[in-house]
Ligand binder design. Sequence first.
Ligand code: LLP
Length: 470
Amino acid sequence: MVSTGPVGVRKNSGLQYLPSASAGLETRSPNQEILPLTARVNDQDHLEIGGCDVATLVKQFGSPLYIVDEETLRTACRQYCSAFSRYYPKETLVLYASKAWSCMAICAIVASEGLGVDVVSGGELYTALQAGVSADKIYLHGNNKSQEELQLAIATGCTIVVDNWQELHDLTEMTAGSSQPIRIMLRLTPGIECHTHEYIRTGHLDNKFGFAPEQIEEVFNLVSQQQSLKCIGLHAHIGSQIFELQPHEDLAVVLVQWFKKAIACGLPVTEINVGGGLGIRYTEADDPPSIEAWVRTVSTAIVKACSEQQVPLPKLLCEPGRSLIGSSTVTAYRVGSEKSIPGIRKYISVDGGMSDNPRPITYQAVYRAVLANRMSEPATEIVTIAGKHCESGDILIKDAQLPKTQPGDILVVMGTGAYNYSMASNYNRLPRLAAVLVKDGESNLILQRETYQDLIKQDRLPERLLANMQ
Ligand code: LLP
Protein backbone atom coordinates (compact mmCIF):
# COMPACT_ATOMS: atom_id res chain seq x y z
CA MET A 1 0.00 0.00 0.00
CA VAL A 2 2.92 2.39 0.47
CA SER A 3 5.03 1.53 -2.59
CA THR A 4 5.83 4.35 -4.96
CA GLY A 5 4.05 4.18 -8.32
CA PRO A 6 5.35 5.16 -11.76
CA VAL A 7 4.34 8.81 -11.40
CA GLY A 8 5.65 9.13 -7.86
CA VAL A 9 2.25 8.64 -6.28
CA ARG A 10 2.00 6.53 -3.14
CA LYS A 11 -0.20 3.70 -4.23
CA ASN A 12 -2.82 4.19 -1.58
CA SER A 13 -6.37 3.29 -2.43
CA GLY A 14 -9.65 4.55 -1.04
CA LEU A 15 -9.49 1.69 1.47
CA GLN A 16 -6.97 3.61 3.60
CA TYR A 17 -9.73 5.97 4.73
CA LEU A 18 -12.06 3.27 6.07
CA PRO A 19 -12.57 3.46 9.82
CA SER A 20 -10.64 0.71 11.55
CA ALA A 21 -12.85 -2.34 11.86
CA SER A 22 -11.15 -3.54 15.06
CA ALA A 23 -12.75 -1.00 17.39
CA GLY A 24 -16.47 -1.02 18.14
CA LEU A 25 -18.70 1.74 16.80
CA GLU A 26 -19.19 3.36 20.19
CA THR A 27 -15.52 3.48 21.10
CA ARG A 28 -14.35 5.33 18.00
CA SER A 29 -14.65 9.07 18.15
CA PRO A 30 -16.32 10.23 14.92
CA ASN A 31 -14.23 13.41 14.82
CA GLN A 32 -11.07 11.30 14.54
CA GLU A 33 -12.23 9.48 11.38
CA ILE A 34 -12.16 10.77 7.81
CA LEU A 35 -15.04 8.59 6.56
CA PRO A 36 -18.30 8.06 8.50
CA LEU A 37 -18.20 5.20 11.03
CA THR A 38 -20.39 2.87 8.96
CA ALA A 39 -18.29 3.21 5.79
CA ARG A 40 -17.31 -0.08 4.18
CA VAL A 41 -16.58 -1.47 0.74
CA ASN A 42 -19.08 -3.89 -0.77
CA ASP A 43 -18.65 -6.82 -3.17
CA GLN A 44 -18.79 -4.50 -6.15
CA ASP A 45 -15.84 -2.51 -4.77
CA HIS A 46 -18.22 0.39 -4.12
CA LEU A 47 -18.25 2.61 -1.07
CA GLU A 48 -21.19 1.88 1.19
CA ILE A 49 -22.38 4.23 3.95
CA GLY A 50 -25.14 3.41 6.41
CA GLY A 51 -25.66 0.16 4.50
CA CYS A 52 -26.35 2.05 1.23
CA ASP A 53 -24.24 1.83 -1.90
CA VAL A 54 -23.11 5.36 -2.75
CA ALA A 55 -23.32 4.69 -6.50
CA THR A 56 -26.93 3.57 -6.09
CA LEU A 57 -27.75 6.64 -3.99
CA VAL A 58 -26.38 8.89 -6.72
CA LYS A 59 -28.48 7.08 -9.32
CA GLN A 60 -31.56 7.43 -7.16
CA PHE A 61 -31.15 10.96 -5.78
CA GLY A 62 -28.94 12.57 -8.42
CA SER A 63 -25.59 14.29 -8.18
CA PRO A 64 -23.98 16.07 -6.47
CA LEU A 65 -25.42 14.70 -3.26
CA TYR A 66 -24.76 15.18 0.46
CA ILE A 67 -24.95 11.77 2.19
CA VAL A 68 -25.44 11.92 5.97
CA ASP A 69 -24.72 8.87 8.11
CA GLU A 70 -27.19 8.91 10.98
CA GLU A 71 -25.15 6.46 13.06
CA THR A 72 -22.08 8.70 13.03
CA LEU A 73 -24.07 11.75 14.07
CA ARG A 74 -25.86 9.87 16.85
CA THR A 75 -22.61 8.34 18.08
CA ALA A 76 -21.03 11.79 18.35
CA CYS A 77 -24.06 13.07 20.31
CA ARG A 78 -23.93 10.06 22.65
CA GLN A 79 -20.19 10.38 23.21
CA TYR A 80 -20.56 14.00 24.33
CA CYS A 81 -23.44 13.16 26.67
CA SER A 82 -21.97 10.00 28.14
CA ALA A 83 -18.55 11.60 28.69
CA PHE A 84 -20.15 14.50 30.56
CA SER A 85 -22.10 12.10 32.73
CA ARG A 86 -18.81 10.43 33.66
CA TYR A 87 -16.62 13.47 34.14
CA TYR A 88 -18.91 16.20 35.43
CA PRO A 89 -20.70 15.70 38.74
CA LYS A 90 -23.51 18.15 38.10
CA GLU A 91 -26.11 18.76 35.41
CA THR A 92 -24.88 19.33 31.85
CA LEU A 93 -26.44 20.23 28.51
CA VAL A 94 -24.86 19.75 25.11
CA LEU A 95 -26.16 22.16 22.50
CA TYR A 96 -25.74 21.46 18.80
CA ALA A 97 -24.33 24.59 17.11
CA SER A 98 -26.76 24.52 14.23
CA LYS A 99 -24.76 27.05 12.20
CA ALA A 100 -22.73 23.98 11.19
CA TRP A 101 -25.79 22.61 9.37
CA SER A 102 -29.24 23.88 10.11
CA CYS A 103 -32.08 21.79 8.77
CA MET A 104 -35.09 20.16 10.39
CA ALA A 105 -33.98 16.53 10.19
CA ILE A 106 -30.61 17.20 11.81
CA CYS A 107 -32.19 19.31 14.57
CA ALA A 108 -34.70 16.50 15.17
CA ILE A 109 -31.95 13.86 15.42
CA VAL A 110 -29.85 15.81 17.92
CA ALA A 111 -32.93 16.69 19.97
CA SER A 112 -33.90 13.00 20.11
CA GLU A 113 -30.45 12.36 21.65
CA GLY A 114 -31.26 14.86 24.40
CA LEU A 115 -29.26 17.76 23.01
CA GLY A 116 -30.40 21.36 22.86
CA VAL A 117 -29.70 23.65 19.92
CA ASP A 118 -27.66 26.85 19.60
CA VAL A 119 -29.06 29.19 16.96
CA VAL A 120 -27.68 32.48 15.63
CA SER A 121 -30.56 33.90 13.64
CA GLY A 122 -34.32 33.97 13.37
CA GLY A 123 -33.99 31.47 10.52
CA GLU A 124 -32.06 28.94 12.58
CA LEU A 125 -34.40 29.52 15.52
CA TYR A 126 -37.45 28.93 13.33
CA THR A 127 -35.90 25.76 11.88
CA ALA A 128 -35.16 24.32 15.34
CA LEU A 129 -38.67 25.12 16.58
CA GLN A 130 -40.27 23.62 13.48
CA ALA A 131 -38.19 20.47 14.03
CA GLY A 132 -39.78 20.15 17.47
CA VAL A 133 -36.84 21.27 19.61
CA SER A 134 -38.16 22.49 22.92
CA ALA A 135 -37.63 26.25 23.44
CA ASP A 136 -36.10 25.77 26.88
CA LYS A 137 -33.23 23.94 25.17
CA ILE A 138 -32.66 26.63 22.52
CA TYR A 139 -30.08 29.39 23.02
CA LEU A 140 -30.04 32.37 20.66
CA HIS A 141 -26.63 33.89 19.83
CA GLY A 142 -25.62 36.71 17.52
CA ASN A 143 -23.69 39.99 17.62
CA ASN A 144 -26.41 42.01 15.89
CA LYS A 145 -29.77 40.42 16.60
CA SER A 146 -32.67 42.25 15.00
CA GLN A 147 -35.74 43.37 16.94
CA GLU A 148 -37.71 40.65 15.11
CA GLU A 149 -35.24 37.98 16.15
CA LEU A 150 -35.35 39.14 19.75
CA GLN A 151 -39.16 39.26 19.65
CA LEU A 152 -39.32 35.70 18.32
CA ALA A 153 -36.95 34.52 21.04
CA ILE A 154 -38.95 36.26 23.77
CA ALA A 155 -42.27 35.03 22.43
CA THR A 156 -41.11 31.42 22.19
CA GLY A 157 -39.23 31.39 25.49
CA CYS A 158 -35.74 30.44 24.45
CA THR A 159 -32.65 31.79 26.23
CA ILE A 160 -30.97 34.84 24.71
CA VAL A 161 -27.18 35.06 24.87
CA VAL A 162 -26.66 38.82 25.08
CA ASP A 163 -23.65 39.98 23.12
CA ASN A 164 -23.37 43.77 23.53
CA TRP A 165 -24.70 47.04 25.03
CA GLN A 166 -27.12 47.75 22.21
CA GLU A 167 -28.78 44.40 22.67
CA LEU A 168 -28.97 44.89 26.41
CA HIS A 169 -30.61 48.25 25.81
CA ASP A 170 -33.08 46.80 23.24
CA LEU A 171 -34.02 43.92 25.52
CA THR A 172 -34.51 46.20 28.51
CA GLU A 173 -36.91 48.32 26.47
CA MET A 174 -38.71 45.38 24.94
CA THR A 175 -39.34 43.65 28.26
CA ALA A 176 -40.01 46.72 30.43
CA GLY A 177 -43.01 46.18 32.67
CA SER A 178 -43.37 42.47 31.89
CA SER A 179 -44.15 40.36 34.91
CA GLN A 180 -42.20 37.30 33.80
CA PRO A 181 -38.43 37.98 33.43
CA ILE A 182 -36.78 36.53 30.34
CA ARG A 183 -33.76 34.23 30.58
CA ILE A 184 -30.48 35.65 29.31
CA MET A 185 -26.83 34.70 29.40
CA LEU A 186 -23.94 37.11 28.86
CA ARG A 187 -21.29 36.47 26.23
CA LEU A 188 -17.81 37.50 27.25
CA THR A 189 -14.56 37.78 25.26
CA PRO A 190 -12.04 35.73 27.22
CA GLY A 191 -8.83 37.04 25.63
CA ILE A 192 -7.57 33.55 24.77
CA GLU A 193 -5.60 32.85 21.61
CA CYS A 194 -5.75 29.52 19.82
CA HIS A 195 -4.16 28.18 16.67
CA THR A 196 -6.75 28.01 13.95
CA HIS A 197 -7.59 29.99 10.81
CA GLU A 198 -7.83 33.69 11.68
CA TYR A 199 -11.39 33.92 10.33
CA ILE A 200 -12.63 31.32 12.81
CA ARG A 201 -10.84 32.54 15.94
CA THR A 202 -13.15 34.25 18.38
CA GLY A 203 -11.54 34.14 21.79
CA HIS A 204 -8.94 36.87 21.30
CA LEU A 205 -9.72 40.39 22.46
CA ASP A 206 -9.80 42.02 19.03
CA ASN A 207 -12.99 40.43 17.72
CA LYS A 208 -16.58 41.47 17.21
CA PHE A 209 -18.27 39.10 19.69
CA GLY A 210 -19.13 39.59 23.33
CA PHE A 211 -18.35 42.03 26.15
CA ALA A 212 -14.67 42.87 26.68
CA PRO A 213 -13.18 42.05 30.12
CA GLU A 214 -12.99 45.71 31.20
CA GLN A 215 -16.75 46.11 30.66
CA ILE A 216 -17.79 43.07 32.60
CA GLU A 217 -18.38 44.52 36.02
CA GLU A 218 -20.40 47.40 34.62
CA VAL A 219 -22.53 44.94 32.64
CA PHE A 220 -23.09 42.75 35.70
CA ASN A 221 -24.18 45.75 37.76
CA LEU A 222 -26.52 47.01 35.07
CA VAL A 223 -28.13 43.62 34.47
CA SER A 224 -28.58 43.01 38.18
CA GLN A 225 -30.83 46.09 38.30
CA GLN A 226 -33.12 44.94 35.46
CA GLN A 227 -36.15 43.18 36.90
CA SER A 228 -37.23 41.92 33.49
CA LEU A 229 -33.92 40.18 32.71
CA LYS A 230 -32.86 37.08 34.58
CA CYS A 231 -29.18 36.41 33.92
CA ILE A 232 -28.77 32.66 34.32
CA GLY A 233 -25.18 32.33 33.23
CA LEU A 234 -22.09 33.22 31.26
CA HIS A 235 -20.87 32.18 27.83
CA ALA A 236 -17.64 32.28 25.85
CA HIS A 237 -16.40 30.61 22.68
CA ILE A 238 -12.75 30.66 21.59
CA GLY A 239 -12.83 29.48 17.98
CA SER A 240 -13.34 26.53 15.69
CA GLN A 241 -11.37 23.53 14.35
CA ILE A 242 -9.12 23.60 17.43
CA PHE A 243 -6.84 20.64 18.20
CA GLU A 244 -5.27 21.97 21.39
CA LEU A 245 -6.81 21.27 24.78
CA GLN A 246 -4.91 23.92 26.75
CA PRO A 247 -7.01 26.92 25.52
CA HIS A 248 -10.15 25.18 26.78
CA GLU A 249 -8.52 24.68 30.19
CA ASP A 250 -7.54 28.35 30.26
CA LEU A 251 -11.07 29.32 29.29
CA ALA A 252 -12.49 27.37 32.23
CA VAL A 253 -10.36 29.35 34.67
CA VAL A 254 -11.39 32.69 33.16
CA LEU A 255 -15.08 31.80 33.03
CA VAL A 256 -15.11 30.66 36.64
CA GLN A 257 -13.45 33.94 37.73
CA TRP A 258 -16.21 35.89 36.02
CA PHE A 259 -18.84 33.56 37.38
CA LYS A 260 -17.61 34.36 40.87
CA LYS A 261 -17.81 38.09 40.10
CA ALA A 262 -21.33 37.69 38.72
CA ILE A 263 -22.43 35.98 41.93
CA ALA A 264 -20.81 38.78 43.94
CA CYS A 265 -22.78 41.31 41.88
CA GLY A 266 -26.00 39.54 42.87
CA LEU A 267 -26.77 37.85 39.55
CA PRO A 268 -28.70 34.56 39.80
CA VAL A 269 -26.15 32.73 37.63
CA THR A 270 -26.16 28.93 37.61
CA GLU A 271 -24.83 28.06 34.12
CA ILE A 272 -21.50 28.25 32.32
CA ASN A 273 -21.30 27.64 28.59
CA VAL A 274 -17.79 26.94 27.28
CA GLY A 275 -18.75 27.15 23.58
CA GLY A 276 -17.67 24.68 20.90
CA GLY A 277 -14.55 24.40 18.81
CA LEU A 278 -13.29 20.79 18.91
CA GLY A 279 -11.70 20.04 15.54
CA ILE A 280 -12.15 17.07 13.23
CA ARG A 281 -9.88 15.01 11.02
CA TYR A 282 -10.07 16.09 7.37
CA THR A 283 -6.76 14.52 6.31
CA GLU A 284 -4.26 11.98 7.68
CA ALA A 285 -2.20 14.91 9.00
CA ASP A 286 -5.00 16.02 11.33
CA ASP A 287 -4.91 14.59 14.83
CA PRO A 288 -7.73 16.08 16.93
CA PRO A 289 -8.37 14.90 20.49
CA SER A 290 -11.34 12.57 20.91
CA ILE A 291 -14.71 13.88 22.07
CA GLU A 292 -14.10 12.05 25.34
CA ALA A 293 -10.71 13.74 25.87
CA TRP A 294 -12.22 17.16 25.16
CA VAL A 295 -15.12 16.64 27.59
CA ARG A 296 -12.78 15.27 30.26
CA THR A 297 -10.48 18.29 29.92
CA VAL A 298 -13.30 20.84 30.05
CA SER A 299 -15.11 19.13 32.94
CA THR A 300 -11.99 18.63 35.02
CA ALA A 301 -10.87 22.21 34.43
CA ILE A 302 -14.23 23.64 35.54
CA VAL A 303 -14.37 21.42 38.63
CA LYS A 304 -10.79 22.37 39.55
CA ALA A 305 -11.33 26.12 38.98
CA CYS A 306 -14.56 26.06 41.03
CA SER A 307 -12.88 24.28 43.88
CA GLU A 308 -9.86 26.64 43.83
CA GLN A 309 -11.99 29.74 43.62
CA GLN A 310 -14.60 28.38 46.05
CA VAL A 311 -17.52 28.76 43.71
CA PRO A 312 -20.46 26.32 43.54
CA LEU A 313 -20.39 24.06 40.48
CA PRO A 314 -22.52 25.48 37.67
CA LYS A 315 -24.69 23.58 35.23
CA LEU A 316 -22.18 23.05 32.41
CA LEU A 317 -23.09 23.67 28.77
CA CYS A 318 -21.09 23.38 25.58
CA GLU A 319 -22.06 23.91 21.97
CA PRO A 320 -20.10 21.85 19.43
CA GLY A 321 -21.04 22.00 15.77
CA ARG A 322 -18.30 20.59 13.56
CA SER A 323 -17.38 17.66 15.84
CA LEU A 324 -21.02 16.51 15.91
CA ILE A 325 -21.95 16.71 12.23
CA GLY A 326 -18.68 17.13 10.30
CA SER A 327 -17.52 13.54 9.90
CA SER A 328 -21.01 12.14 9.40
CA THR A 329 -21.30 13.41 5.84
CA VAL A 330 -19.69 13.00 2.44
CA THR A 331 -20.46 14.75 -0.82
CA ALA A 332 -20.76 12.59 -3.93
CA TYR A 333 -20.00 14.21 -7.29
CA ARG A 334 -19.88 12.90 -10.86
CA VAL A 335 -16.60 13.28 -12.67
CA GLY A 336 -16.94 15.19 -15.96
CA SER A 337 -14.36 16.86 -18.18
CA GLU A 338 -10.60 16.83 -17.70
CA LYS A 339 -7.76 19.04 -18.83
CA SER A 340 -4.09 18.07 -18.80
CA ILE A 341 -1.41 20.73 -19.01
CA PRO A 342 1.76 18.75 -19.73
CA GLY A 343 4.37 19.10 -17.05
CA ILE A 344 2.08 21.32 -14.96
CA ARG A 345 -1.19 19.86 -13.81
CA LYS A 346 -4.18 17.70 -14.64
CA TYR A 347 -7.61 19.09 -13.79
CA ILE A 348 -10.59 16.82 -13.21
CA SER A 349 -13.89 18.70 -13.08
CA VAL A 350 -16.91 17.65 -11.06
CA ASP A 351 -20.55 18.71 -11.21
CA GLY A 352 -20.50 20.92 -8.07
CA GLY A 353 -17.87 23.05 -6.40
CA MET A 354 -17.60 26.23 -4.35
CA SER A 355 -21.37 26.65 -4.17
CA ASP A 356 -21.83 23.38 -2.25
CA ASN A 357 -18.46 23.55 -0.44
CA PRO A 358 -17.12 27.09 -0.06
CA ARG A 359 -14.55 26.11 2.57
CA PRO A 360 -11.54 25.48 0.27
CA ILE A 361 -11.86 28.89 -1.41
CA THR A 362 -12.72 30.67 1.84
CA TYR A 363 -10.29 29.14 4.32
CA GLN A 364 -7.91 27.12 2.09
CA ALA A 365 -9.48 24.08 3.74
CA VAL A 366 -8.00 20.75 2.66
CA TYR A 367 -10.17 17.70 1.94
CA ARG A 368 -9.60 14.15 0.82
CA ALA A 369 -11.51 12.25 -1.85
CA VAL A 370 -12.03 8.66 -2.97
CA LEU A 371 -13.50 7.09 -6.09
CA ALA A 372 -16.64 5.52 -4.67
CA ASN A 373 -17.10 3.13 -7.58
CA ARG A 374 -13.54 1.72 -7.49
CA MET A 375 -12.52 1.86 -3.86
CA SER A 376 -9.63 -0.62 -3.87
CA GLU A 377 -7.96 0.60 -7.04
CA PRO A 378 -4.58 2.11 -6.13
CA ALA A 379 -3.94 5.79 -6.66
CA THR A 380 -1.74 6.34 -9.71
CA GLU A 381 -2.25 10.02 -10.38
CA ILE A 382 -2.08 13.36 -8.64
CA VAL A 383 -4.87 15.56 -9.95
CA THR A 384 -6.58 18.81 -9.11
CA ILE A 385 -10.31 18.49 -8.49
CA ALA A 386 -12.03 21.54 -9.93
CA GLY A 387 -15.60 22.66 -9.46
CA LYS A 388 -17.79 23.84 -12.33
CA HIS A 389 -18.05 27.51 -11.38
CA CYS A 390 -16.82 30.41 -13.46
CA GLU A 391 -14.00 31.18 -11.11
CA SER A 392 -10.39 29.97 -11.31
CA GLY A 393 -10.26 29.61 -7.54
CA ASP A 394 -13.09 27.09 -7.62
CA ILE A 395 -10.82 24.20 -6.71
CA LEU A 396 -12.08 21.59 -4.25
CA ILE A 397 -8.82 19.67 -3.78
CA LYS A 398 -5.42 20.75 -5.03
CA ASP A 399 -3.44 17.53 -5.12
CA ALA A 400 -5.77 14.57 -4.88
CA GLN A 401 -4.25 11.11 -5.19
CA LEU A 402 -6.63 9.00 -7.22
CA PRO A 403 -6.82 6.12 -9.67
CA LYS A 404 -7.17 7.27 -13.27
CA THR A 405 -10.69 8.67 -13.47
CA GLN A 406 -13.23 8.45 -16.23
CA PRO A 407 -16.24 10.64 -16.92
CA GLY A 408 -19.14 9.31 -14.89
CA ASP A 409 -17.00 8.07 -12.01
CA ILE A 410 -18.29 8.96 -8.57
CA LEU A 411 -15.93 11.10 -6.58
CA VAL A 412 -16.66 11.34 -2.88
CA VAL A 413 -15.25 14.23 -0.83
CA MET A 414 -15.17 13.32 2.85
CA GLY A 415 -15.90 15.27 6.02
CA THR A 416 -18.36 17.71 4.46
CA GLY A 417 -21.05 17.75 7.16
CA ALA A 418 -20.01 21.00 8.80
CA TYR A 419 -20.24 24.44 7.20
CA ASN A 420 -20.89 23.11 3.69
CA TYR A 421 -24.66 23.10 3.21
CA SER A 422 -24.99 25.89 5.77
CA MET A 423 -22.61 28.11 3.77
CA ALA A 424 -23.79 26.93 0.34
CA SER A 425 -24.84 29.45 -2.26
CA ASN A 426 -26.53 29.59 -5.64
CA TYR A 427 -23.46 31.10 -7.30
CA ASN A 428 -23.80 30.84 -11.08
CA ARG A 429 -27.41 29.91 -10.30
CA LEU A 430 -26.57 26.35 -9.48
CA PRO A 431 -29.44 24.70 -7.59
CA ARG A 432 -28.54 23.69 -4.03
CA LEU A 433 -27.98 19.95 -3.56
CA ALA A 434 -30.21 17.30 -2.13
CA ALA A 435 -29.20 15.62 1.13
CA VAL A 436 -30.02 12.04 1.99
CA LEU A 437 -29.94 10.46 5.43
CA VAL A 438 -28.75 6.84 5.51
CA LYS A 439 -29.14 4.20 8.19
CA ASP A 440 -29.18 0.38 8.13
CA GLY A 441 -29.67 0.24 4.38
CA GLU A 442 -32.48 2.79 4.35
CA SER A 443 -32.19 6.17 2.70
CA ASN A 444 -34.42 9.18 3.30
CA LEU A 445 -34.33 12.53 1.61
CA ILE A 446 -33.84 15.29 4.21
CA LEU A 447 -33.28 18.16 1.81
CA GLN A 448 -34.83 18.24 -1.58
CA ARG A 449 -32.67 19.31 -4.52
CA GLU A 450 -33.49 22.80 -5.70
CA THR A 451 -35.00 23.13 -9.14
CA TYR A 452 -34.66 25.88 -11.74
CA GLN A 453 -38.15 27.00 -10.66
CA ASP A 454 -36.84 27.35 -7.10
CA LEU A 455 -34.04 29.52 -8.40
CA ILE A 456 -36.40 32.10 -9.89
CA LYS A 457 -39.03 31.82 -7.17
CA GLN A 458 -38.06 35.15 -5.61
CA ASP A 459 -37.41 36.91 -8.93
CA ARG A 460 -39.84 39.65 -9.91
CA LEU A 461 -40.01 40.99 -13.44
CA PRO A 462 -41.62 44.46 -13.36
CA GLU A 463 -44.13 44.91 -16.18
CA ARG A 464 -42.38 47.90 -17.62
CA LEU A 465 -39.36 45.69 -18.33
CA LEU A 466 -41.57 43.22 -20.15
CA ALA A 467 -43.12 46.02 -22.19
CA ASN A 468 -39.69 47.16 -23.39
CA MET A 469 -38.57 43.74 -24.49
CA GLN A 470 -37.79 43.51 -28.19
N1 LLP B 1 -20.57 28.53 19.50
C1 LLP B 1 -20.32 29.70 18.93
C2 LLP B 1 -20.66 30.94 19.63
C3 LLP B 1 -19.74 29.76 17.66
O1 LLP B 1 -19.49 30.93 17.11
C4 LLP B 1 -19.43 28.55 16.99
C5 LLP B 1 -18.87 28.57 15.67
C6 LLP B 1 -19.72 27.34 17.63
C7 LLP B 1 -20.29 27.37 18.89
C8 LLP B 1 -19.47 26.01 17.02
O2 LLP B 1 -18.10 25.80 16.78
P1 LLP B 1 -17.59 24.38 16.24
O3 LLP B 1 -17.82 23.36 17.32
O4 LLP B 1 -18.38 24.05 15.01
O5 LLP B 1 -16.16 24.60 15.94
N2 LLP B 1 -17.45 28.55 8.83
C9 LLP B 1 -16.25 28.18 9.53
C10 LLP B 1 -16.53 27.91 10.98
C11 LLP B 1 -17.14 29.09 11.68
C12 LLP B 1 -17.45 28.80 13.11
C13 LLP B 1 -18.34 29.83 13.66
N3 LLP B 1 -18.69 29.65 15.01
C14 LLP B 1 -15.65 26.95 8.86
O6 LLP B 1 -16.18 26.49 7.86
O7 LLP B 1 -14.61 26.46 9.30
